[in-house]
Design a protein around this ligand. Structure first.
Ligand code: ZN
Length: 368
């Protein structure tokens, strides 16, 4: 039996105590005020939006998802959804052909696919291909929903046919997130009534909050049924936008995501997102015209940034990066430190730097 002691993330609070692992699962969790070790032990971080990393773009090289999975534990990430941005039909075929291998690979767990698009608003396309967004039709939708690895779909609710698509996705157990959208408040709310439960990268690529037109941002902030994805990289959202989100949603309504792309973990330079060139400096990834194209954020940095800028404790930020995404995906044995849950853990120094990462009871990363 393996044992670790420190401050355990239990119900959103850091509680001194010990945790014991037995095989791939957590055996016991024992609060003990006498434990003086300041290290933090939290459930492994779960990233719902990963376009690539370490020089690899998942749309272009889906067969290399497993390679990124072996690197992600150094960022505290123990599970993720490889994310495919709007693509033309044959690219999805290649992704679906290769995903079974990734689902059983080593390293961070591949929980399934996040299809961000292609049923998006052309006017909020961000770095997505307009051609792919405009070509998306019922036949493509039928192909996409027939793939069992699809766990999360981002769509724009105002597109004709979206409500029917939400019904079909929810029936198949797929989480529906609303994003890259020009939806009115009313259109957004109708989609939530129909079963959508998330907003993709709140504030970015969606209709903004106005006094008489609350838009997608206003609807997502006030509707407690909706969990919002946030990219706390200091580029996608102003710190005040993070604090506003915390006040509106609480830690339970926020899922931190990295939205990382191929350049994450690499030096600045020119990379690509699904064949579109992306220029990367020390802090951001942008198209030639300056539009953001994913991020170079990692989940451990997302947690530290959220604690620093969002006016929340490290415990709350860790909850947003582990417990909340697991709950959104309906994964009862991830994202929580309870006996019987899978032993996916991240051990952090008091300042939030990753010291160790454990997956299924095995230490897969230890800082040298
Ligand atoms: Zn996006």
């Amino acid at each position: 039996m393996i044992e670790r002691e420190g401050r355990l993330l239990l119900d959103g609070e850091l509680v001194p105590g010990r945790i014991a692992l037995d095989g791939e699962r957590i055996a016991t969790v024992t609060p003990d005020p006498a434990v003086a070790n300041e290290r933090i032990i939290a459930p492994g971080l779960i990233d719902l939006q990963v376009n690539g990393g370490y020089g690899i773009d998942f749309g272009e090289e889906p067969e290399r998802i497993s390679e990124v999975a072996t690197w992600l534990p150094e960022t505290g990430c123990t599970a993720f959804l490889p994310t495919i941005v709007s693509s033309l039909g044959d690219r999805y075929d290649r992704v679906f052909e290769t995903i079974p291998v990734a689902l059983t690979g080593a390293g961070a767990r591949v929980l399934g696919l996040h299809l961000e698009g292609p049923f998006l608003a052309p006017g909020k396309k961000g770095a997505h291909s307009l051609k792919a967004i405009e070509a998306a039709d019922d036949a493509l939708f039928a192909k996409l929903i027939s793939e069992p690895a699809v766990r999360l779909v981002t769509l724009a609710p105002e597109r004709p046919g979206s409500l029917e698509r939400i019904v079909e996705l929810v029936e198949r157990g797929v989480l529906v997130s609303l994003g890259h959208t020009e939806a009115t408040y009313e259109e957004f709310e109708t989609a939530v009534d129909t079963g959508a439960r998330m907003a993709t990268h709140l504030f970015n690529a969606m209709s903004q909050l106005g006094s008489r037109t609350p838009g997608a941002v206003g609807a997502a902030l006030v509707d407690d049924r909706v969990t919002v994805g946030l990219i706390p990289d200091g580029i996608h959202c102003h710190p005040a936008a993070l604090r506003l989100t915390v006040r509106a949603k609480g830690a339970d309504g926020i899922a931190l995501v990295s939205d990382m792309m191929a350049a994450a973990g690499m030096a600045p330079g020119t990379y690509s997102l699904n064949d579109i060139p992306v220029f990367v400096d020390e802090t951001s990834a942008r198209l030639k015209d300056g539009r953001l194209a994913g991020s170079i954020l990692t989940m451990d940095a997302a947690v530290r940034n959220m604690a620093a800028w969002g006016d929340v404790s490290l415990a709350s930020a860790l909850t947003m990066a582990s417990t909340i995404p697991a709950r959104l995906l309906g994964l009862a044995d991830l994202g929580t430190l309870v006996p019987g849950a899978l032993a996916d853990l991240v051990v952090l120094d008091g300042d939030g730097q990753v010291a160790e990462t454990w997956i299924a009871g095995t230490c897969v990363y230890a800082r040298g």
